[in-house]
Design a binder for this molecule. Structure first.
Ligand code: 9MR
Length: 563
């Protein structure tokens, strides 16, 4: 009976929890205000409602109307229908409604695994041969030293492909891996029973941590054991063409320059991993201890080298070959210092790490280059480990986090899509989908502190945004929903000869920067600057630091719905 679906009805294309908020947005003002919810199987009307009064969208000048059917709590498969007969995509109301998305999003990381073949038993139609062994990686001239001359080769296998490209970057791995470790620390019980059908599913380590280990072990190899410094990235000099599979992509690879940002990212992640992996001594002998050693050494290097920034253009003036892949060139590493110090403190309780920590500045929604808030999350979570002089730091972190959460949910009732996302045009940066997901994590952390319903609801509204309730009408997660991107900027999906993109990957989302200059952007409105075309690396690429907060969000709402 699913028929005549109208793309102007925007809603979470997967569905809603029986007790949760349920909102659809009509992207054009309608002449008749009545709407109904139909049983998608037999067409019966199960709920009637009235659209809200028009809301102005300052980003596009358009108006929307809200259909709120939160009162419908019965499980089932439904469609929303307007008085003129137009119908929405089908959606479900049921417990565990986001479990499949949560599993799919974590499996997205499995598909990003480097240096390994993906057999059909785990990867289905997206099975592939092994590529990028990275066992003989050249030390770039920018990273050469007396111990590591230019012709020196290191082994640095594993890790996840960063995004649509075939390189791996420590800075971006930092926030990604930490977000997944934090998910485990926040919801250990749920995560212990979260099976994602990966090769390690039958071992005695939770799948979430097995997935993390794939990248963590790589990150550890990026430290130069001679001095504790950490290479910024492992990369080809320039991006591969779009139509080449990993086993065919055999150009030389380099580790490039040691930077402060890389050292602090590794210090933070390895310190957090040390305490998360501590209970798994038997399954992973020695690993937690090694992580702590690596973290301490990386920190010490950063103390000696407090501002070694990654400046790719400058680097190319002095060294060959030129490196033109992703820079992740953060110009301010003070937030990375706070984060690494906090994780080291929480894993060791040593006062030496307390000195650099302060929460005097406003916290911001995390991104690859803004990570102080990750430190706040860990302090909130680990109350017992926070003693003495750390107690007032934790209190300040809590106050700042709640302030940020309150700003995010303010005026929700007037927003055109009733989402936390999109309060201002500034939310629509490169990778805006991750802004939405990370805003939701801020709210979930606040919710864990004081159980205020509006925070949890705000997080759900942003999940709705990602799954279709937005100005583009797309669910941004491949393979999930009725309309999702089919042409992500993703070499693995473009080159594999399979029509469907690899599932469980979060597209970057609207970005008015339009840096790719692709044809086909529908408008200049910041919330509409999205084009489902593989040429659009600025709006339709995928990336591990965008997928990780999606995993966190989907798993967290599932875990909370069961409590
Ligand atoms: O996510 C990054 C975004 O914040 C930057 O504006 C953009 C341009 O520097 O780079 C993005 O990261 C890309 C990285 O540099 C290379 N791999 C793909 C990443 C996602 O587009």
């Amino acid at each position: 009976l699913i028929q005549a679906q109208n793309q102007s009805i925007r809603l979470n294309q997967i569905g809603f929890y029986p007790q949760g908020p349920k909102i659809a947005v009509i992207a054009q003002v309608n002449r008749q205000n009545a709407f109904s919810i139909l049983d998608a199987v037999n067409g019966d009307t199960v709920y009637r409602g009235t659209l809200g009064s028009p809301r102005n969208n300052p980003l596009s000048g358009k108006s929307t109307q809200i259909a709120d059917f939160s009162g419908l709590q019965k499980s089932g498969k439904y469609q929303l229908a307007l008085a003129d007969g137009t119908r929405s995509y089908p959606f479900e109301i049921k417990p565990l409604v986001h479990r499949a998305v949560a599993i799919g999003a974590l499996r997205g990381f499995y598909f990003q695994r480097m240096s390994t073949a993906l057999p059909a038993s785990f990867a289905g139609s997206w099975a592939r041969a092994t590529g990028h062994p990275d066992t003989k990686v050249l030390v770039h001239a920018s990273a050469a030293s007396s111990q590591r001359p230019v012709d020196f080769v290191i082994s640095s296998p594993g890790g996840w492909y960063d995004a649509g490209d075939y390189n791996k970057y420590i800075v971006n791995s930092g926030i990604t891996t930490a977000t997944l470790l934090s998910l485990y620390e926040d919801f250990p019980q749920y995560c212990r029973n979260f099976n994602t059908n990966i090769p390690e599913s039958k071992n005695q380590v939770p799948d979430l941590l097995d997935e993390v280990l794939w990248n963590l072990r790589w990150m550890l190899t990026m430290q130069d054991p001679n001095d504790g410094g950490v290479y910024h990235k492992l990369t080809n000099p320039s991006f591969d063409p779009m139509d080449i599979m990993p086993d065919q992509a055999t150009k030389p690879r380099y580790v490039v320059q040691k930077t402060t940002a890389a050292a602090l990212n590794l210090a933070a992640v390895a310190a957090q991993a040390a305490r998360v992996l501590h209970p798994f001594q038997q399954q992973l002998p020695g690993l937690a201890d090694s992580c702590l050693l690596v973290a301490r050494k990386a920190w010490a290097w950063a103390v000696q080298n407090p501002k070694m920034l990654y400046e790719q253009n400058e680097l190319n003036k002095s060294f060959d070959p030129d490196i033109v892949t992703g820079a992740y060139g953060d110009r301010n590493v003070e937030d990375e210092r706070i984060w690494a110090a906090t994780e080291l403190y929480l894993s060791t309780q040593e006062a030496q790490y307390l000195t650099p920590i302060q929460f005097n500045n406003d916290l911001s929604v995390p991104s690859w280059n803004q990570v102080a808030t990750l430190a706040a999350y860990s302090l909130l979570r680990l109350k017992k480990q926070t003693t003495g002089a750390a107690i007032p730091l934790r209190e300040r972190a809590i106050a700042q986090l709640l302030k940020l959460a309150d700003q995010l949910v303010a005026d929700l009732d007037s927003r055109p899509y009733h989402t936390v996302m999109g309060k201002t045009a500034r939310d629509f940066v490169w990778g805006s989908s991750a802004v939405a997901a990370n805003q939701a994590i801020v709210l979930l952390q606040a919710y864990r502190l004081n159980k205020k319903g509006e925070y949890l609801q705000g997080a759900l509204h942003n999940l709705d945004y990602l799954l279709g309730r937005n100005a583009t009408g797309f669910s941004f997660v491949t393979g999930f929903g009725s309309k999702y991107p089919l042409h992500i900027h993703h070499r693995l999906s473009e080159a594999d000869g399979v029509v469907e993109p690899i599932p469980g990957l979060l597209s970057g989302g609207p970005n008015p920067g339009k840096q790719d200059k692709c044809p086909g952007y529908p408008s200049d409105a910041p919330d509409e600057c999205f084009v489902d075309d593989a040429c659009s690396y600025a709006s339709n690429e995928i990336a591990i630091n965008w997928n990780a907060p999606l995993v966190y969000l989907a798993v967290a709402v599932e875990a909370l719905a069961q409590q």
